[in-house]
Ligand binder design. Structure first.
Ligand code: ADP
Length: 247
């Protein structure tokens, strides 16, 4: 995969002034008997990479689930500007290593939302899968079993699956966590390229490097919004000490 990590991207307007792709107000959500998110007011800027950051259990995945439309808010409202369904890329760990799936089959599953699992893939489906495999630099791995791949390669297969959904909103759960620095850089570069192609990207992450290279951050603490804005404003020594090592 080509790496264009260091290429500066011209930004048409400061991230926070861009039209929101998603806006939520008074958002609360959780699981039966387990409220998690409390009264969140924020937005996801369009055509930017937003990082959801915060310690384990702070509600990052739950917020992604709400943005993906799989978790219903218990209060408040979520407004999507745009009518395309989001594409959700789950955590690598949530995808069983032992599943007897090839990389191509994994990526093809991204087309199921449009055509269902039982219909034969069309020529267009094949073309979208090929494009996504090439885009992620894993075309040569198409026939390999998912479980044989390195963490970075498996992550790329999952992102390729997300891309075949042709969404303008890509939601990723911990895409760089546990990868080596080179694989992390490749994923970060790819997410930046996707924004240039017209995609809004949201990633839940523990990886402070990934958070720092995002355009915007939402910092969660115990299900509440502790800070939001540019990474340099949000990821400060003070917030790190307060949030990651609470007294
Ligand atoms: P994060 O992604 O920041 O680690 P999560 O959104 O995964 O946080 O979890 C927030 C809280 O919700 C945690 O306390 C977690 O135990 C709880 N939780 C997550 N998933 C479920 C679930 N399916 N059922 C009940 N509680 C859950």
């Amino acid at each position: 995969m080509k790496t264009m990590f260091k290429t500066p991207r011209p930004s048409p307007a400061p991230t926070e002034e861009r039209t929101p792709r998603v806006r939520f107000t008074g958002l609360s959500a959780g699981y039966p008997g387990r409220p998690v998110l409390h009264q969140l007011d924020a937005h996801i800027p369009a055509l930017a990479v937003t990082a959801l950051v915060g310690p384990n259990g702070s509600g990052k995945s739950t917020l992604l689930g709400v943005l993906a439309g799989v978790i219903r808010p218990t209060a408040g409202a979520v407004h999507h500007a745009g009518d395309r369904s989001p594409a959700f890329v789950p955590q690598r760990g949530a995808v069983g290593d032992a599943l007897p799936l090839t990389v191509r089959q994994t990526v093809e599953m991204g087309r199921w939302g449009d055509r269902g699992p039982w219909r034969r893939p069309t020529r267009r489906d094949h073309a979208l899968v090929d494009t996504a495999l090439e885009r992620l630099g894993i075309g040569h791995l198409a026939a390999r079993q998912l479980g044989e791949l390195s963490g970075g390669q498996r992550q790329r297969a999952l992102i390729a699956q997300g891309l075949t959904q042709e969404s303008d909103l890509l939601l990723l759960d911990e895409p760089t966590t546990g990868l080596d620095p080179e694989a992390r850089e490749q994923i970060a570069a790819l997410l930046t390229e996707l924004v240039t192609d017209g995609v809004t990207v949201v990633q839940a992450t523990h990886d402070l490097g990934a958070a720092r290279s995002a355009d915007a951050c939402l910092l969660l603490r115990e299900g509440r919004l502790a800070a939001r804005g540019r990474p340099e404003r949000v990821i400060t020594t003070e917030t790190l000490t307060q949030i990651w090592q609470p007294a």
